[in-house]
Design a protein around this ligand. Structure first.
Ligand code: IMP
Length: 205
Protein backbone atom coordinates (compact mmCIF):
# COMPACT_ATOMS: atom_id res chain seq x y z
CA UNK A 1 0.00 0.00 0.00
CA UNK A 2 0.96 3.63 -0.09
CA UNK A 3 2.93 5.96 2.14
CA UNK A 4 0.67 8.97 2.34
CA UNK A 5 2.28 12.38 1.65
CA UNK A 6 -1.11 14.03 2.23
CA UNK A 7 -3.86 13.06 4.64
CA UNK A 8 -6.36 10.59 3.23
CA UNK A 9 -9.95 10.55 4.40
CA UNK A 10 -12.82 8.17 3.74
CA UNK A 11 -13.91 10.69 1.10
CA UNK A 12 -10.61 10.59 -0.84
CA UNK A 13 -10.95 10.03 -4.56
CA UNK A 14 -7.69 9.26 -6.33
CA UNK A 15 -7.37 10.95 -9.74
CA UNK A 16 -5.33 8.60 -11.91
CA UNK A 17 -3.01 11.12 -13.54
CA UNK A 18 0.17 12.97 -12.74
CA UNK A 19 -0.59 15.52 -15.50
CA UNK A 20 -1.06 18.68 -13.41
CA UNK A 21 -3.26 20.37 -16.04
CA UNK A 22 -5.64 17.44 -16.23
CA UNK A 23 -5.71 17.02 -12.45
CA UNK A 24 -6.60 20.73 -12.04
CA UNK A 25 -9.44 20.49 -14.56
CA UNK A 26 -10.79 17.33 -12.92
CA UNK A 27 -10.59 18.86 -9.42
CA UNK A 28 -12.50 21.95 -10.64
CA UNK A 29 -15.17 19.77 -12.26
CA UNK A 30 -15.65 17.82 -9.01
CA UNK A 31 -15.42 20.78 -6.65
CA UNK A 32 -19.08 20.65 -5.56
CA UNK A 33 -18.95 16.94 -4.76
CA UNK A 34 -17.50 17.04 -1.24
CA UNK A 35 -14.71 14.62 -2.12
CA UNK A 36 -11.03 15.03 -1.38
CA UNK A 37 -9.17 14.73 -4.69
CA UNK A 38 -5.57 13.42 -4.60
CA UNK A 39 -3.08 12.50 -7.33
CA UNK A 40 -0.95 9.31 -7.20
CA UNK A 41 2.21 11.30 -6.52
CA UNK A 42 0.57 13.15 -3.61
CA UNK A 43 -0.11 9.86 -1.85
CA UNK A 44 3.30 8.35 -2.59
CA UNK A 45 2.60 6.24 -5.69
CA UNK A 46 5.44 6.80 -8.16
CA UNK A 47 4.84 3.97 -10.64
CA UNK A 48 2.63 4.31 -13.72
CA UNK A 49 0.81 1.69 -15.80
CA UNK A 50 1.83 1.05 -19.42
CA UNK A 51 -0.88 2.67 -21.55
CA UNK A 52 -1.06 -0.02 -24.23
CA UNK A 53 -4.84 -0.13 -24.74
CA UNK A 54 -6.24 0.18 -28.28
CA UNK A 55 -8.93 2.70 -27.30
CA UNK A 56 -9.46 5.64 -24.93
CA UNK A 57 -11.85 3.44 -23.00
CA UNK A 58 -9.30 0.61 -22.60
CA UNK A 59 -6.60 3.01 -21.42
CA UNK A 60 -8.87 4.85 -18.96
CA UNK A 61 -9.97 1.54 -17.41
CA UNK A 62 -6.42 0.23 -17.27
CA UNK A 63 -5.23 3.36 -15.41
CA UNK A 64 -8.18 3.44 -12.98
CA UNK A 65 -7.78 -0.29 -12.18
CA UNK A 66 -4.02 0.08 -11.68
CA UNK A 67 -4.24 3.05 -9.29
CA UNK A 68 -7.25 1.74 -7.37
CA UNK A 69 -5.46 -1.58 -6.76
CA UNK A 70 -2.19 0.17 -5.83
CA UNK A 71 -3.86 2.54 -3.35
CA UNK A 72 -6.94 0.71 -2.07
CA UNK A 73 -8.89 3.89 -2.93
CA UNK A 74 -11.57 4.56 -5.53
CA UNK A 75 -9.90 6.00 -8.62
CA UNK A 76 -11.12 8.20 -11.45
CA UNK A 77 -8.86 8.10 -14.52
CA UNK A 78 -9.22 9.92 -17.79
CA UNK A 79 -7.76 8.93 -21.12
CA UNK A 80 -8.20 11.54 -23.76
CA UNK A 81 -6.93 12.82 -27.06
CA UNK A 82 -7.56 14.44 -30.39
CA UNK A 83 -9.05 12.73 -33.47
CA UNK A 84 -8.56 14.53 -36.79
CA UNK A 85 -10.75 13.39 -39.69
CA UNK A 86 -8.27 14.38 -42.44
CA UNK A 87 -5.60 12.28 -40.67
CA UNK A 88 -7.83 9.20 -40.39
CA UNK A 89 -8.35 9.80 -36.67
CA UNK A 90 -4.72 10.47 -35.73
CA UNK A 91 -3.19 11.31 -33.30
CA UNK A 92 -5.98 9.51 -31.35
CA UNK A 93 -4.76 7.36 -28.44
CA UNK A 94 -1.21 8.42 -29.34
CA UNK A 95 -1.99 12.14 -28.71
CA UNK A 96 0.40 12.50 -25.77
CA UNK A 97 3.15 10.60 -27.62
CA UNK A 98 2.89 12.38 -31.01
CA UNK A 99 6.09 14.34 -30.26
CA UNK A 100 8.08 15.02 -27.06
CA UNK A 101 6.52 18.37 -25.99
CA UNK A 102 3.22 20.26 -26.44
CA UNK A 103 4.71 22.84 -28.88
CA UNK A 104 6.33 20.04 -30.93
CA UNK A 105 3.06 18.06 -30.98
CA UNK A 106 1.22 21.14 -32.24
CA UNK A 107 3.89 21.78 -34.88
CA UNK A 108 3.73 18.18 -36.14
CA UNK A 109 -0.06 18.43 -36.38
CA UNK A 110 0.08 21.76 -38.26
CA UNK A 111 2.74 20.36 -40.63
CA UNK A 112 0.58 17.33 -41.39
CA UNK A 113 -2.43 19.60 -41.96
CA UNK A 114 -0.68 22.22 -44.07
CA UNK A 115 -2.33 21.23 -47.37
CA UNK A 116 -5.75 20.57 -45.86
CA UNK A 117 -8.36 23.19 -46.80
CA UNK A 118 -10.54 25.03 -44.28
CA UNK A 119 -13.64 22.92 -44.94
CA UNK A 120 -11.79 19.61 -44.32
CA UNK A 121 -10.27 20.37 -40.90
CA UNK A 122 -12.93 18.78 -38.67
CA UNK A 123 -11.64 17.19 -35.45
CA UNK A 124 -12.83 16.21 -32.01
CA UNK A 125 -11.47 15.86 -28.53
CA UNK A 126 -12.50 12.59 -26.88
CA UNK A 127 -12.35 11.76 -23.18
CA UNK A 128 -13.02 8.40 -21.55
CA UNK A 129 -13.51 8.77 -17.80
CA UNK A 130 -13.25 5.51 -15.83
CA UNK A 131 -14.27 5.16 -12.19
CA UNK A 132 -12.95 2.01 -10.50
CA UNK A 133 -13.24 0.93 -6.89
CA UNK A 134 -11.26 -2.29 -6.54
CA UNK A 135 -12.82 -2.97 -3.10
CA UNK A 136 -16.43 -2.99 -4.32
CA UNK A 137 -15.52 -4.12 -7.87
CA UNK A 138 -17.21 -1.01 -9.27
CA UNK A 139 -16.23 -0.22 -12.86
CA UNK A 140 -17.91 2.62 -14.78
CA UNK A 141 -16.77 4.27 -18.03
CA UNK A 142 -18.34 7.34 -19.65
CA UNK A 143 -17.23 8.97 -22.92
CA UNK A 144 -17.43 12.71 -23.68
CA UNK A 145 -16.63 14.40 -27.00
CA UNK A 146 -16.21 17.98 -28.19
CA UNK A 147 -16.38 18.81 -31.91
CA UNK A 148 -14.20 21.47 -33.54
CA UNK A 149 -11.70 22.25 -36.27
CA UNK A 150 -7.91 22.45 -36.48
CA UNK A 151 -6.84 26.10 -36.77
CA UNK A 152 -4.10 27.20 -39.20
CA UNK A 153 -1.98 28.61 -36.37
CA UNK A 154 -1.97 28.51 -32.55
CA UNK A 155 -4.03 31.10 -30.63
CA UNK A 156 -4.49 31.62 -26.88
CA UNK A 157 -2.49 30.73 -23.78
CA UNK A 158 -4.98 28.94 -21.50
CA UNK A 159 -5.47 25.19 -21.19
CA UNK A 160 -2.84 22.69 -22.33
CA UNK A 161 -1.95 20.22 -25.07
CA UNK A 162 -3.62 20.90 -28.41
CA UNK A 163 -5.94 23.62 -27.02
CA UNK A 164 -4.27 26.49 -28.99
CA UNK A 165 -5.05 24.82 -32.35
CA UNK A 166 -8.51 23.39 -31.53
CA UNK A 167 -11.07 25.88 -32.77
CA UNK A 168 -14.71 25.88 -31.67
CA UNK A 169 -16.57 26.86 -34.84
CA UNK A 170 -19.61 28.45 -33.14
CA UNK A 171 -17.59 30.96 -31.08
CA UNK A 172 -14.62 31.31 -33.48
CA UNK A 173 -12.19 30.86 -30.58
CA UNK A 174 -9.66 28.17 -29.78
CA UNK A 175 -9.95 26.15 -26.57
CA UNK A 176 -6.89 28.07 -25.32
CA UNK A 177 -8.78 31.37 -25.66
CA UNK A 178 -11.56 30.20 -23.32
CA UNK A 179 -11.49 30.72 -19.56
CA UNK A 180 -11.11 27.50 -17.52
CA UNK A 181 -14.83 27.70 -16.64
CA UNK A 182 -15.84 28.11 -20.30
CA UNK A 183 -13.62 25.18 -21.30
CA UNK A 184 -15.01 22.90 -18.57
CA UNK A 185 -18.60 23.80 -19.53
CA UNK A 186 -18.18 22.42 -23.04
CA UNK A 187 -15.09 20.21 -23.13
CA UNK A 188 -14.91 16.47 -23.73
CA UNK A 189 -13.58 16.11 -20.14
CA UNK A 190 -16.43 18.19 -18.70
CA UNK A 191 -19.00 16.06 -20.52
CA UNK A 192 -17.48 12.73 -19.48
CA UNK A 193 -17.07 13.80 -15.86
CA UNK A 194 -20.61 15.14 -15.55
CA UNK A 195 -21.81 11.71 -16.70
CA UNK A 196 -19.62 9.99 -14.06
CA UNK A 197 -20.60 12.32 -11.18
CA UNK A 198 -23.74 10.42 -10.11
CA UNK A 199 -21.65 7.24 -9.84
CA UNK A 200 -19.06 9.04 -7.70
CA UNK A 201 -21.88 10.32 -5.51
CA UNK A 202 -23.28 6.83 -4.96
CA UNK A 203 -19.82 5.42 -4.23
CA UNK A 204 -19.39 7.95 -1.40
CA UNK A 205 -23.01 7.90 -0.15
P1 IMP B 1 -3.31 10.89 -21.88
O1 IMP B 1 -4.81 10.83 -21.70
O2 IMP B 1 -2.60 11.19 -20.61
O3 IMP B 1 -2.78 9.72 -22.63
O4 IMP B 1 -2.96 12.16 -22.75
C1 IMP B 1 -3.89 12.82 -23.51
C2 IMP B 1 -3.20 13.80 -24.46
O5 IMP B 1 -4.21 14.28 -25.34
C3 IMP B 1 -2.66 15.04 -23.73
O6 IMP B 1 -1.31 14.92 -23.40
C4 IMP B 1 -2.89 16.12 -24.78
O7 IMP B 1 -1.84 16.11 -25.73
C5 IMP B 1 -4.17 15.66 -25.46
N1 IMP B 1 -5.35 16.23 -24.75
C6 IMP B 1 -6.23 15.57 -23.96
N2 IMP B 1 -7.15 16.40 -23.46
C7 IMP B 1 -6.82 17.62 -23.92
C8 IMP B 1 -7.38 18.90 -23.71
O8 IMP B 1 -8.34 19.11 -22.96
N3 IMP B 1 -6.78 19.89 -24.37
C9 IMP B 1 -5.71 19.74 -25.19
N4 IMP B 1 -5.12 18.57 -25.39
C10 IMP B 1 -5.68 17.50 -24.76
Amino acid sequence: MVSAGVAMTDRTLLVGTNNAHKAREIAALLEDMNVRVATPREIGIDCEPVEDGATFRDNALLKARFYSRASGLPCLADDSGLEVDALDGRPGVLSSRYAPTDPERIQRLLDEMKNVEANRRAARFVCAAALVDARSETEIVEIGTCEGEIAFEPRGTNGFGYDPVFCLADVGQTMAELTPEEKNARSHRGRALRAVQPHIASLFS
